[in-house]
Design a protein around this ligand. Structure first.
Ligand code: NI
Length: 259
């Protein structure tokens, strides 16, 4: 298989003990490349380091809505510098998370708009994290309709109706472990609805391990379970699903199709 884990957190301390083994297993499983997503300045800086060391590791840098309260003007300057790196391919992950509410919502919205406009200014794709906040995200995106960057809705939790709005704005949609969960319900419809040229797969590891690994620490190798589940829903071979998702990831992030 030619799989690409479009969103994971290999820089996370939960991989501190066995990162090399995890990366070796990736290669064995045909997960040829991955994109690490920044959560704050600290993780983004570690991601930059990792992309310098590993040619098959790419990264995006930014401030997660949980960490929105840590945003300062300096963040903008650092992100602007980092995206000049060879394998830093976007801004993220950023968005709104009203499920955990770890930063005040007003701050989350301000920092979302700042990074949205920054991604556009830098001409870099954005990686959006949206949880229990599709209504506010859509209004903010629509308010900035003519200033939107390219981007992907990561770990999609949208309904078909909401997904259609994101697609109409030109965004890609990425699926993670939840599409394999027993209670996936509506998400199964969305995974069938997204067009072939806009769909991506990811693990979001170490979080959200897909069935049959649910409850364990997630790792990029398991992206195959996400691809297999979506392939089954769409009635195509898993190999073909992997190719589609990989081609889309490469197109959005301007990464060469061939490894
Ligand atoms: Ni993430």
């Amino acid at each position: 298989m030619n799989l690409f884990d479009s969103h994971c957190h290999l820089e996370d301390e939960r991989f501190a003990e066995d990162r090399a083994e995890v990366m070796a297993r990736m290669e064995d499983a045909g997960v040829r490349r991955c994109i690490l997503a920044g959560s704050d300045m600290d993780s983004s800086s570690r991601i930059v380091e990792m992309t310098r060391l590993h040619p098959h590791v790419y990264g995006v840098v930014g401030v997660h809505p949980h960490e929105a309260k840590t945003w300062t003007d300096e963040c903008e300057a650092r992100i602007t510098q980092w995206v000049k790196e060879e394998r830093i391919v976007g801004v993220g992950e950023f968005g709104l998370d009203y499920y955990y509410d770890l930063s005040p919502r007003e701050t989350q919205r301000e920092v979302f708009v700042k990074q949205l406009l920054l991604a556009r200014k830098l001409d870099m794709p954005a990686v959006f994290h949206i949880r229990d906040a599709h209504g506010d995200i859509l209004s903010l995106m629509k308010a900035h309709r003519n200033e939107l960057p390219a981007g992907v809705i990561h770990c999609c939790s949208a309904s078909v109706e909401t997904a259609r709005e994101y697609l109409d704005m030109g965004f890609y949609i990425s699926f993670a472990g939840p599409v394999t969960f027993k209670n996936a319900n509506k998400l199964l419809d969305v995974a069938q609805f997204v067009p072939d040229d806009r769909i991506m797969v990811e693990t979001d590891s170490p979080y959200m391990a897909p069935v049959p690994m649910r409850g364990k620490r997630n790792e990029p190798t398991y992206v195959k379970y996400v691809a297999e589940k979506i392939a089954e829903l769409r009635g195509i071979p898993a190999e073909e699903m992997a190719q589609l998702a990989t081609a889309n990831t490469c197109r959005l992030f301007r990464i060469p199709q061939e490894v």
